[in-house]
Design a protein around this ligand. Structure first.
Ligand SMILES: [Zn+2]
Ligand SMILES: [Zn+2]
Ligand SMILES: [Zn+2]
Length: 391
């Protein structure tokens, strides 16, 4: 399957050297699939073609190495390892090179799609003619920000926010494929009860997977009220309603770690709104960990402690950046405190090699338009996310 998926095989194995350096599909593969296959041919002939002595596969990721081993064993290569002694055919070298291309074309890493990157107020703000909002209206593109939400791969949604439908149309991410719904908290810029309500059978939705819903007990209780107010659903925390809506609800406590499909998830507390027990999420798949940290102000000490106790190293950090440099209305991070948080992550070795740090949940308060804010962020080693960004 892997070999069959490869295309554009550029490599021609001569009697000297077989080499394929595959390019990752993303514009900025800072952590991306870096797979290199090299090999050398002996120059002699075997019944199958040119003899190839070695093919070595380089990748820092266990999951890639495992994939190679799996393919190697399928092709009866005796001692499949990171460095594979082929000792036989060119075909086998080609299998590995094709596999390299296939892995890079279909990364086995987590793919994160930003459906929205604005604070509750959207960006630009509806009724505002400040210079930032005016510039955003003129420029459009990355300066139009919808309310924050992300999809991990194709099946995990963090925050069923009020803009997810329009975002799903724009960025080609089907909400129908979502199996796992993680909610940070119940604020209305993160949870749209009307989208959720359409799971009730009165809306005649068919053929979608059972939805697993994860949130804190207090956020679930608030979500249940909001959904009830829309009519159609009585109380989705009750088993009968869950069955009717083809979903399953999992109340989560801070520091709970559990398996969700192919992911390991951990919930962390934040003081953003203790009345609804706001949570921040760490999601790990294979060796790769995303920390999704909005909404939050300064990360609480117990959460820092939790990061260490759970032995986490983040490959991608997505963090609240509601207010720009020196701007502040409280309850969220501003640029200054954002920088403090990421510096602390560095100092405490919570960041994996080549990690990426992205700001989200941006408001017009002190945050200039994308280009200018990106320049500022680059000085401090982070990036500004934008709607439709895929990493
Ligand atoms: Zn928010
Ligand atoms: Zn404004
Ligand atoms: Zn909030």
């Amino acid at each position: 399957m892997w070999a069959g998926e490869a295309d554009n095989l550029e490599t021609r194995a001569g009697n000297k050297k077989v080499e394929a350096k595959s390019k990752a599909p993303h514009a900025k593969p800072a952590y991306g699939p870096k797979v290199t296959a090299t090999g050398s041919a002996l120059g002699g002939k075997t019944p199958e073609g040119l003899a190839v002595r070695t093919v070595s596969i380089t990748s820092g990721y266990r999951v890639i190495r495992e994939k190679f081993r799996e393919v190697a064993s399928r092709h009866s290569i005796a001692r499949p390892s990171r460095r594979v002694e082929l000792g036989s055919s060119l075909q086998r070298a080609e299998i590995f090179i094709r596999l390299t291309h296939a892995l890079n074309k279909h990364p086995v890493f987590m793919k994160i799609t930003f459906l929205g990157t604005a604070a509750a107020t959207s960006y630009p703000l509806a009724f505002c003619r400040c210079k930032f909002c005016n510039t955003a209206r003129e420029r459009g593109g990355k300066d139009f920000r919808k309310r924050s939400s992300v999809i991990v791969n194709d099946d995990l949604l963090i925050d069923m926010g009020p803009d997810i439908m329009s975002a799903s149309f724009l960025y080609g991410k089907s909400i129908a494929d979502i199996r796992y719904h993680l909610q940070t908290h119940s604020h209305s810029d993160h949870f749209d009860s009307q989208v959720f309500t359409t799971r009730s059978p009165e809306y005649r939705g068919v053929n979608t997977p059972r939805l697993q819903v994860y949130a804190s007990t207090k956020t679930l209780a608030r979500m249940a009220e909001m959904v009830k107010n829309d009519g159609y659903v009585n109380n989705f925390l009750e088993a009968t309603e869950q069955a009717r809506m083809n979903l399953e609800v999992f109340p989560v406590k801070p520091f709970d770690s559990f398996k969700i499909g192919s992911y390991d998830a951990t919930a962390f507390p934040t003081d953003h709104d203790t009345a609804v027990e706001s949570l921040l999420w760490a999601i790990t798949e294979n060796d790769f960990t995303l920390f999704y940290g909005t909404d939050t102000d300064i990360i609480p000490e117990e959460t820092w402690k939790g990061f260490h106790e759970k032995n986490l190293k983040f490959n991608v950090v997505v963090l609240d950046h509601t207010y720009g440099p020196d701007a502040d209305s409280g309850g969220h991070l501003n640029a200054n405190r954002f920088v403090q948080q990421i510096q602390r992550m560095k100092v405490e070795e919570l960041l994996a090699d080549h990690s990426r740090i992205l700001a989200t949940h941006l408001s017009h308060e002190g945050n200039p338009p994308h280009a200018e804010l990106s320049e500022y962020a680059a000085k401090f080693g982070y990036e500004i996310a934008y709607d439709g960004l895929v990493i």
